[in-house]
Design a protein around this ligand. Sequence first.
Ligand code: SF4
Length: 698
Amino acid sequence: MTTQIIRAACPHDCPDTCAMLVTVRDGRAIEIKGDPTHPNTAGVLCTKVSRYLERTYHPDRILHPMRRIGRKGEGRFERISWDEALSLIAGRLQKIAARDARAILPYSYAGTMGMVQGESMAMRFFNRIGASRLDRTICASAGSVGYKYTIGAKIGTDTEQFENAKLILIWGGNPIASNLHFWMKVQEAKRRGAIVVAIDPYRSLTAEKCHHHIAVLPGTDASLALGIMHVLVRDDLLDHDYIADFTLGFEALRERVSEWTPQRVAATCGISVQEVELLARLYGETARRNEPVAIRVNYGVQRTHGGGMAVRNITCLPALVGAWRHPAGGVLLSSGDSFPKQVNQLERPDLAPLDPQRPPRTINMSTIGDDLLRETAPAFGPKVDAVIVYNANPVAVAPESAKVARGFARDDLFTVVLEHFRTDTVDYADIVLPATTQLEHTDVHATYGHLYIVANNPAIAPLGEALPNSEIFRRLAARMGFDETCFADTDDDLAAQAFDPQDPKASHFDWAHLKSSGWIKLQMPAAPFAQGGFPTPSGKCEFYCERMVAAGLDPLPAYIPPYESPASAPELASMYPLAMISPPQRNFLNTTFVNVQSLRDTEGEPHLEIHPLDAAGRGITDGDIVRVFNQRGEMRVRARLNDGARQGLVVALSIWWKKLAPDGRNANELTSQRLTDMGRAPTFYDVLVQVEKAAPSP
Ligand code: SF4
């Protein structure tokens, strides 16, 4: 009997990127736990990933290639060999590429965040074909663009420093559910006397545990940030030296925020004037005492029409009060740009053929519903003939789900899906390929929530005939006759290329060593902008941003109302008066883990949280099945009456697999494909609906 402990990394779309230890006995993983020596993980995994062995050895794993034998959407398949699967795929792609390779579309996101099993060999393959490019916007691009207009890059406060802050604003996130290790730092800060404020339309598990909860209406966060700036200027709670030395455009900002009185902000956000004043004065006065004030802004903020601007506005706050002077001050959206990733080396865009007759075409993953239904047209390019889906589940996740499903149901569309399980998307595949889980392959991870590079070693042999994504695309490349040497790179070769060792932050990166040590921290200053040095064109924090003028945007912080709200769309609201948001369910991660029985048992069934007064007006009582509907679609779920959802708001925690919901639908039946102000991102939380008691089933 042999027992080994293998160093691994959590691959999921979560900012915590935990370092894990997997115990393997006689080739079988028998325990998984957080690495107690990793400063961020501190020996703790969330409940979801604590069940990773249940997921890995799940009886429903796809363990061999399959070909569709039923109708699209039916999910009926027969087993085929790898040889047959590769031949079928290569043959079909070669035919399409001979006409126009841009009719082939990769579709992938963060099913694994690993740099090897993510976009490395896969993108080499698609670049070499000359396939359409995918704009990967579905989660974070609005906020990322807004943040970068102000700060220059996604670099912010080190998560580990938050425990030293004296005031923490948790803005648009629910870390207990989706950023657990950050929450552990917040708890430590609370023990040390910090005040914690949640800003969120919904009284989430996190908001319940904060000192203050400010329940703004969805999509109005930008206005609240303008109001805070108004009070900071009005009451002279400013760090004049920091502003003079390290910012650009303060005078224009001063004039802009003068319009945003607490009264106007309160009316816009649906909160009280006292709440605006309280928040602004807490922020300004704590900083005035030279105590660190830190903001954790999260992606919930940026899922509405003006989401990019909202993040930009929030990101202006620390420079006004000089919060960046402290290691524990500032703001964190993502640490992603701290990592010197060698994306071009991994993905090799230089492999793409240059054809002036066929200029590169990019398709936005957030409008896949519309784009799969488009015909060939000069403005669009060729109709999409083939989609290769990996690390993603668009039929359940992409907005306006009915259209997405209709697109994937096209008989003339060739769909290949690399997966672990028979997801909603797999049901529409022509060919299904079995992919390995994180315990079965090699990977290396950057993260967007801390500053560590984390290694993942394979703990067990692949189950069944499963293969790593990298190997699947390697074999497909060979089958297509691609003989460039980069297609022979092993997973270790790819991992070794992931970071630039010439960059001082990662000069100690050495893959061979990292595999055995497990993780290393980037070498960065504790307070990245204490002395300015913002990675913007001006080198300053840009309150006024010339790049926004070039992009046709307001160069100053502004408020862009939601597409769908009673204030901005009164006619629509007369039919669909309730705002709906669909934040993450605690025990699911996007759609990953929904099919793990023990986690689904904990979550119960899809439900809608509705305020008792909104329910009473509709004759709805707790536990009723309700019909939630708007101009795009409908779903039927069980109503839960509570005041966690403020009046006028309903909350549909997500994302359920459609086929595991009693009515075969989820919240994305109701979401729209309209895009944010910047970053071409979806507006998942910019939705009006009506709710009624559902007629009993016949
Ligand atoms: S999902 Fe997040 S918190 Fe859970 S184990 Fe993975 S990285 Fe850690």
